[in-house]
Write a new protein. Sequence first.
Length: 439
Amino acid sequence: MLPPGRLLAGGLQHVAASYAGVVAPPLVLAAVIGLSPAETTFLVGAALFTAGIATLLQTIGFWKVGARMPFVNGVSFAGVAPMTAVVAGQADKRAALPVIFGAVMVAGALGFVLAPWFCRLVRFFPPLVSGTVITLIGLTLLPVAFGWIQDGAPAGPASPTGLGLAAATLATVLVLRRLLRGFLRQIAILLGLAAGTLIAVPAGAVDFGPVEHAPLAGFPSPFHFGAPHFTVSATVSMCVLMLVCMTESTADMLALGQVVGRPADERTIAAGLRADTLGTVVSPVFNGFANSAFAQNIGLVAITRVRSRYVVAACGAMFVLLGLSPAFASLIAVVPRPVLGGAGIVLFGTVAASGIQVLLGAGLDKGDNLLVAAVSLGVGTIPVVSRTFYDGGAVPGTLRTLLDSGVSAGCLTAVLLNLAFNHLGRRRRDAGPSPVRGD
């Protein structure tokens, strides 16, 4: 447990790193449904509130719930595609939210029941597999940072202002990390975000509109958009999503275990998955969505070397407070996206570098390990390079949910190839040919 000042500053740094990831899914979904600005603000506040609850379940925990590691939990962006599909299937788009909430609750309950069995997959994650997956997590997140630099419009080029703000933020973080010592060095990301925002003010890149119109207080009243409604198609889709989220969370826990020097065993992973899935069950009650571990915070832990779970618990408490006060939540939204992108290059690149470090110790020069890593990284980066690669009719929608997640696709590939090349038939190969006996 750190002193109060360091605890709050460290928690705020995690809030800044994960805020955009938490609010992005409800913003996208609100636009698809056509919610009013007031309803959109409510949905964003609900996402922050439920992310805070899920983060507290993960970091503080109770009974066998919570990995008790410095993990931020928030709305999974992987759920955007199946949720928008549910919206498209409704005659009245506003009626889609109760259907989504019902499906998410069932999926979370299923995941909670499966957690004790799902955690046993950790035996299939030797350093060769876990290093590949950790590298993929970083590579998958880097395009998010690039999209922020392009101010949320990845289809077009980055503007000179966006490039300048990102470069200034990145340079500030690097200089602070090089020159500062102690606590100030640990919060270099937070200081870089503050500096980048101040630089953006005279450039006209800071929008204070959300602060002016946001109410000071508000509570995400239970089932604000109606009681949950249950349909078979939406429930099946969300259950598949839940399995994908559990796979990614398992990989994230393995990655964080490497960073903090406490390898995640089956018990830790089971407890972490229970926190994910219980948070997912509770979330729709307060108008939230499926929650999973946030990989971007792994890079922050690696950079700062602040491994206290109470720092991330403070982040969770801040999320709860932000969900109860839209006005304060909008203050975080003032940080321009290009500024977040500049810091994101450091955070997400650190995750990829951590994975490479694990791979170096996995013995790539032995047997077919290099081939396993190469093919798995290739398969995992397909959706990173091209988001429309699997959009053709040749790939079923359920399978596309898995393949569109580079981490899940690469993880499954690495597990299967590792089994095929390093385990199946190994005893027979090691034994060699039977000796020939002479007469």
